[in-house]
Design a protein around this ligand. Structure first.
Ligand code: ATP
Ligand code: MG
Length: 569
């Protein structure tokens, strides 16, 4: 695959409450430098929500001259795969962040975590429990009722040590025993009700192989991993606020270095889902064609769709960091990519729904090369030649037999401009036996070459077109929202998010394109005039046979939404 790791500038330039805390800590605690971390679990591909966390953690380190560690929280062998590890590293690099030599794995700490578990047992703060998962759940109690103590809670230290060592040695089957912290079954915080620290799983781990058959729970591993790495600010999403007392308890009982945990609100994006469990379902059940399907909110999907690292970093900058959850409109993400591609995408012409136009007074067999500007936003992008001839294609929607009110494009008797070419006037049209318009006849005015009339007469429309003799055809994929409902995460009782998938989220067309696009390279981006931004698909394109993904249309919903909000205020 093509290398597209480009240098990008710092994302989190706006200030936020976490920055304020970090700045204060640096002053008041005499910290030499901050260390943050990005700790993904390798159980799926990264999504745009993770990008928020990556930009935040790497951004803080950048802003305060510290470091950000990259750690795989790989404590659960059942759901983790090496494929995910690879993709996650690719995605972080692609976003433009560098962890240098600071790549860590929670699995590298298994021995240390195990020793610490023994330490807790010896302190009388952990015990081996024979209750099964179902029973543990029943004993746990509810938000309003206290839990019940396990009958195994008062085993002696010796017995606990012996059993835990035999758990490690593989003497017991999966689920037969767990190691649990001995805290408080009556705690108002359910996380403190003797949480499980270790469970038995006779499973291969992607890094430790068959060395272990007991694995630490995330909640036991996470805080200690942060402590081992000397993380100063452990930044996580709000749902871990209730876990903080447990993390504090472990660190205190183990008497080890104590990072500061700060929670922030996770990103929710409209018309999509950002949970790896749900994304995995979309992939596994075939609703999309893999984790990198351009409709997916994964970084791999967005990249394949044509999103640039800079646009995603700008998006993360714009949404900010707070404590209150909200649903961010996808229109903002689209605004960010439009803004970025506007600067870098070459303008070209392509027709999605072709309608043939014959210019009856244009000499048969003649071809002209018209001068076209590659990017009006970028003077360095230069010009190119676009072939023009007697037969061209325009969009079907650009013609009406009887013009509706406000329709200024082509209709009998009306004159329009062909971009970079001539004024043409419609003289006639031809229908097939079913009444469909299949061909238009026009005349052109040779004095309007380049698109302007010497007599200064005006036309109200400029149409894009391709030459019938010279155009190439290519597969073009048009994407729309993956879900029809704004928030597929909050649904009426009994509804499954799958029911809300947009059946038209992908429409495949054969489009006609100007010939300059024939040799375009995988990953290249273009603006098809009037139709949107498109990129050459990195997976399905062949040399000389590009396949195009529409990244985004040109219609800016975000500005509309902003105007609506301003009007209301
Ligand atoms: P998911 O809910 O999608 O399964 P997760 O939290 O289980 O995500 P992790 O791999 O544990 O996924 O996440 C790595 C980091 O990314 C964590 O610090 C987590 O808080 C953060 N993160 C995950 N989802 C979001 C989100 N939607 N917005 C912001 N940060 C997120
Ligand atoms: Mg998680």
């Amino acid at each position: 695959m093509e290398e597209r790791h480009e240098p990008v500038s710092s994302a989190i330039s706006a200030t936020n409450f976490i920055k304020t805390i970090v700045a204060e800590d640096l002053k008041s605690k005499g910290l030499k430098q901050i260390i943050t971390r990005f700790p993904p679990e390798p159980n799926g591909y990264l999504h745009i929500g993770h990008a928020k966390s990556i930009c935040l953690n790497f951004g803080l380190a950048e802003d305060f001259g510290g470091h950000c560690n990259f750690r795989f929280d790989d404590t659960n062998p059942s759901k983790e795969e090496a494929e995910y590890v690879e993709s996650i590293m690719d995605d972080v690099r692609w976003l433009g962040f560098d962890w240098e030599n600071r790549l860590y794995y929670a699995s590298d700490y298994f021995e240390q975590l195990y020793d610490w578990a023994e330490k807790l047992i010896k302190k009388g703060k952990a015990f081996v429990c024979d209750l099964n998962a179902e029973e543990i759940k029943q004993y746990r109690g509810t938000l309003t009722e206290p839990g019940k103590e396990s009958p195994y809670r008062n085993r002696t230290v010796e017995e606990n040590l012996d059993l835990f060592r035999r758990m490690r040695a593989g003497e017991f089957p999966d689920g037969a025993k767990t190691l649990r912290a001995k805290i408080d079954m009556a705690s108002g915080n359910i996380n403190m009700r003797d949480p499980v620290m270790y469970r038995i799983k006779h499973e291969e781990h992607h890094r430790t192989g068959s060395k272990w058959c007991i694995y630490p729970m995330y909640d036991y591993a996470h805080g200690q991993s942060d402590s081992i790495e000397g993380i100063t600010h452990s930044i996580c999403t709000m749902e871990y606020e209730d876990h903080r007392p447990l993390y504090d308890w472990y660190l205190q009982e183990l008497e080890i270095y104590h990072p500061r945990q700060i929670e922030f609100a996770r990103l929710n994006l409209s018309h999509t889902v950002l949970s790896k469990r749900k994304l995995l379902r979309l992939v596994k059940e075939g609703f999309v064609k893999g984790w990198d399907d351009p409709r997916m909110p994964t970084l791999a999907g967005l990249r394949r769709r044509g999103y640039t690292p800079q646009s995603i970093r700008n998006f993360c900058d714009r949404i900010g960091v707070g404590k209150k959850e909200s649903l961010v409109d996808t229109a903002l993400l689209e605004f960010c990519i439009r803004e970025d591609l506007n600067k870098r995408a070459r303008r070209v012409m392509a027709v999605l729904n072709p309608l043939k136009v014959v210019i009856t007074n244009y000499p048969e067999g003649q071809t002209e090369l018209m001068d076209a500007v590659n990017n009006p936003e970028d003077p360095d992008a230069g010009n190119r030649k676009v072939p023009f001839g007697r037969e061209i294609y325009i969009e079907l929607e650009d013609f009406m037999e009887e013009p509706a009110k406000g329709f200024f494009r082509l209709f009998p008797g009306n004159e329009v401009r062909l971009r970079y070419a001539y004024f043409i006037k419609c003289t006639n049209f031809i229908k097939d036996s079913k009444g469909n318009i299949i061909e238009i006849h026009c005349t052109y005015d040779p004095s309007t070459r380049g698109g302007d009339a010497p007599d200064k007469r005006k036309v109200k429309s400029t149409l894009h077109w391709v030459s019938a003799l010279h155009c190439i055809s290519a597969e073009v994929r048009l994407y729309d929202k993956l879900f029809l409902t704004e928030d597929p995460n909050t649904l009426p009782e009994g509804k499954d998010f799958i029911e809300y998938i947009n059946p038209d989220s992908l429409i495949v067309k054969t489009a006609l394109l100007e010939p300059s696009l024939k040799e375009s390279k995988a990953g290249e981006v273009f603006q098809f005039e009037r139709l949107g931004y498109f990129c050459v698909d990195t997976v399905d394109s062949l040399p000389g046979r590009p396949v195009f993904n529409r990244t985004v249309t040109l219609k800016d919903e975000w500005v509309k939404i902003q105007n609506r909000i301003h009007k209301k205020q």
